[in-house]
Write a protein of this length. Structure first.
Length: 71
């Protein structure tokens, strides 16, 4: 939701989400370690940022969907 911790928590709360992260790396490792972690992640960043994010989640054995943003 945001790289700023307070904004991430507030955004997650507004969407009734139980967990918030300030980096995709933290999310990938935490969700992979949680027996009730996510099944997949949707990457909706600009195309040039897909690879590092996808690599982090795939390395954590989390399925990835990459979404091509509209112009």
């Amino acid at each position: 939701m945001s790289s700023h911790p307070q904004t991430a928590r507030e955004s997650a709360a507004a969407w009734f989400l139980e967990r918030a992260y300030t980096s995709y790396e933290a999310m990938a490792s935490s969700e992979a370690a949680d027996k009730n972690g996510i099944d997949f992640v949707i990457i909706a960043t600009p195309n040039d940022l897909h690879y590092p994010v996808a690599r982090a989640f795939l390395s954590a054995d989390i399925h990835v969907i990459c979404d091509k943003p509209s112009r």
